[in-house]
Design a protein. Structure first.
Length: 763
């Protein structure tokens, strides 16, 4: 294979990210010190996972032969890979005369480019990569690509990008002594009267010596904030997600800062910040590509990472033109408008035309605020835009109607459901403001049913908004935190007779209002009505069961995970359950961490959930995911009782001939899990229970200790037990494993909650 250039100094020999052109099938995998290992190609990586290796030893290797790849123009071999913390990687390459090798340890669990000096090699005839873990017996990760580099030429290439500074914009910005009126240019997202009210709120908070008085300004003091030109690059980072960019660009953040500067500048009447916002928009417009890395523009590949980055760039540029537009000359404004139309909207529309699936998941909504805002701004200058804006409206409405189930459920879980409020409703809001239409007249009737989903997934845990099933995180990514608040405040505003206002207020109390101006605009409009929750809620299409019961003035929540066939962003968790008591989570779902962390693969696994998992086979037990079958429990419940029967056999082909689970709770403090199973392979089954709380084995019980309660888990006779602490970047996760040997049988686990707070009060 001949290396394919990505710039004057670097080339790629293994494009693992693109299955259509990758030579993944030529790689051989070999076990070294592990019981199970897999090496598979995904849509954008070559991923691997293993179990049961010896800590400190290599678990497996992957290798392939080449036909004299010339290294004459290069001095470095680069392996781009994401490994878990303390994983070991050994890279070996040979020209049949000399072998070069280097051992690496990943110290942070992030993606890195591992470099091996090949200056002494005449060519590359073979390549071998071995992976293991320093302290763990299990692991996962992925390869992105393998390439070659010339360090001398690379330095010249990178230095050539640093040709911009503030003086670059003398023809694009008004003179430095220009005095703005501090009024929005278009009044699309914020009208002048709304900005005046925001100023009044800030002034009132200042008089009250409230820390929130500087909420819009405090973010402007971070390091390098005043040098947007230093971040102009070939590409634009996808916020803090490092999966697709180069390691040298990891901290090169352009997005969001200009938007923050524009808000602070107009509210505090600070022309330096307003001018800074304009410089950020010009810097964005001067980046070569509104993609996150070379993989999206590789010369022999049609791969693209969809239009996530483009839609963010569109939103940011539209926002700055709207809020800080008076700082631009006609030349500066036109530079940005053209980039928005060609690089931004061109890519968004291409994705809209090409990918039908984006209309049936979160992505069409995700792309819509940037697309709609860009059209709304462009419409102020190019009247022919109007009909394209109407098409964008139809697309987002179609997406809402496609993704909201008739029972109000959202198949991709609570985190991706935020695309409804944060993105779809925001796009409708922008359209309504641009076209002077009442926003409530644009809301699809189908959205009314989502009050059921909100109630079902609402968490009673004092530290959570929702039960974190599917790809939901324990923490909102900082880059999305304020947009997530837009989701909550919009849902609270449009559905005042639901749990949404309470969810919004709970989040606000815990995390504050943030610095998104829309949250501040809508905050005063949120209903303060008391909402009564239903004790039992069954999502007939989505498949979830929610039970909320009160006892001794305390709430117990039991949530059971179902499945509609083909649901995306789900985990290997059908039939798993979550149990919360008195504001604490006792039996947890791990949710997900950032996708650029290799642990995100592991967190989807069945043994990270409260499942019955086969053990003793040579392969890693995994069910089909996404699961192509409906898992719809037969269930009933009331204020005291809940019972669910679930056939979990579908999707476990080759593992279970039969798996049926019964979940019975005769009171909020009692819970029985009864599993009947027939295995196809393995030695037996292990009941997995996961908790963020400490687990102690005492006689025939495992005890999960909370602040106000103690959950006793009975250990059936003849079963072996084990407790271990699992790595998780965002929360504690302790795992109780109850092993039952045999190819078939019944395993019943009984649990009982003891209210320790009540006991202490009695004393």
């Amino acid at each position: 294979m001949k290396p394919i250039h990505i710039n004057v100094a670097e080339s790629i020999i293994e494009p693992f990210w693109d299955p259509e052109i990758s030579e993944f099938n030529k790689w051989k995998i070999e076990k070294i010190n592990t019981s199970t290992v897999s090496f598979d190609q995904t849509w954008c990586t070559a991923s691997f996972k293993w179990k049961g290796t010896i800590p400190g030893e290599y678990a497996f290797s992957v290798s392939r032969d080449y036909n004299n790849i010339s290294t004459r123009d290069y001095d470095m071999l680069i392996v781009s890979a994401a490994l878990q913390k303390d994983n070991i990687l050994l890279v070996e390459t040979s020209d049949n005369k000399l072998t070069m090798s280097r051992r690496f340890i990943c110290k942070d669990g992030q993606k890195h480019e591992y470099e091996l000096d090949i200056v002494q090699l005449e060519n590359i005839n073979s390549l071998k990569i071995s992976i293991g873990a320093k302290n763990e017996s299990n692991g996962s990760g992925w390869f992105n690509w393998i390439g070659l580099s010339n360090k001398t030429l690379l330095k010249k290439h990178i230095d050539a990008q640093n040709d911009f500074d503030e003086d670059t914009w003398t023809k694009h910005l008004k003179p430095i002594d220009f005095e703005p009126e501090f009024k929005p240019s278009y009044g699309i997202l914020l009208r002048n009267d709304e900005i005046e009210r925001l100023r009044e709120k800030v002034d009132r908070l200042k008089k009250e010596a409230n820390d929130d008085a500087d909420i819009f300004k405090e973010i402007t003091f971070e390091e390098n904030f005043y040098s947007p030109e230093t971040h102009i690059n070939e590409y634009v980072n996808f916020l803090k997600d490092s999966r697709y960019n180069r390691e040298r660009d990891t901290n090169n953040y352009l997005l969001k800062k200009g938007e923050n500067a524009a808000v602070a500048g107009i509210i505090y009447k600070d022309k330096i910040l307003l001018r800074l916002a304009a410089r950020y928009a010009l810097s964005l417009a001067s980046c070569d590509n509104w993609d996150d890395g070379f993989i999206c523009g590789f010369s022999t590949s049609s791969f693209n990472h969809r239009c996530f980055v483009q839609s963010l760039c569109l939103y940011e540029c539209a926002f700055i033109l709207d809020i800080a537009g008076e700082m631009f000359t006609l030349t500066g404004r036109e530079l940005i408008l053209r980039k928005m139309a060609e690089e931004g909207l061109g890519n968004v529309n291409y994705n809209t035309w090409k990918y039908e699936y984006i209309f049936h998941c979160n992505q069409m909504a995700w792309f819509s605020p940037g697309r709609m805002y860009a059209y709304a701004v462009l419409l102020q200058h190019y009247p022919r835009i109007e009909k394209y804006m109407d098409i964008a409206l139809d697309d987002v409405l179609e997406n809402i109607n496609n993704t909201i189930e008739d029972d109000g459920g959202y198949l991709e879980g609570p985190a991706y459901f935020s695309c409804v409020g944060r993105d779809a409703l925001l796009a409708l809001y922008i359209y309504s403001r641009s076209r002077s239409i009442n926003l409530k007249d644009l809301i699809p009737e189908k959205l009314n049913a989502t009050v059921n989903f909100g109630e079902a997934i609402e968490s009673t845990d004092q530290f959570k908004d929702f039960v974190p099933i599917c790809d939901a995180g324990y923490r909102i990514k900082p880059s999305f935190s304020d947009l997530y608040k837009v989701h909550l405040v919009f849902m609270a505003y449009f559905f005042p007779e639901s749990v949404w206002p309470d969810v919004y207020r709970k989040h606000k109390k815990r995390c504050g209002m943030g610095n998104n101006p829309l949250v501040w605009v809508f905050d005063d409009k949120i209903s303060k009505k008391e909402i009564k929750r239903r004790p039992f809620l069954k999502m007939d299409i989505t498949g979830h069961i929610s039970s909320l019961r009160k006892t001794n003035n305390r709430y117990a929540k039991l949530f059971i995970i179902g499945n509609k066939a083909g649901a995306g962003h789900g985990h290997c968790d059908k039939g798993s359950f979550i149990y919360e008591y008195n504001g604490e989570t006792f039996l947890m779902d791990p949710g997900i961490c950032s996708y650029d962390n290799p642990l995100s693969i592991e967190l989807k696994a069945p043994d990270r959930h409260n499942m019955l998992v086969p053990y003793g086979a040579t392969e890693i037990p995994y069910p089909e995911n996404p699961l192509g079958a409906d898992i719809l429990p037969s269930a009933s419940g009331d204020e005291s009782f809940v019972k669910a029967e679930i056939d979990l056999t579908p999707g476990w082909d080759g593992w279970y001939k039969l798996w049926k689970r019964s979940i019975i709770s005769t009171s909020p403090e009692e819970l029985d899990i009864i599993d009947n199973f027939v295995l196809e392979k393995g030695k037996g089954v292990v009941m997995i229970l996961n908790s963020p709380l400490e687990i102690e084995l005492v006689n025939d019980f495992a005890i999960i200790q909370g602040k106000t309660g103690r959950l006793f888990v009975s250990i059936p006779e003849g079963c072996e037990t084990e407790v271990e602490f699992l790595s998780h970047p965002d929360t504690a996760q302790n795992r109780l494993m109850i092993y039952k040997e045999g190819m078939s049988g019944e395993l019943k686990i009984s649990m009982r909650m003891e209210n320790t707070l009540k006991k202490e009060n009695m004393n």
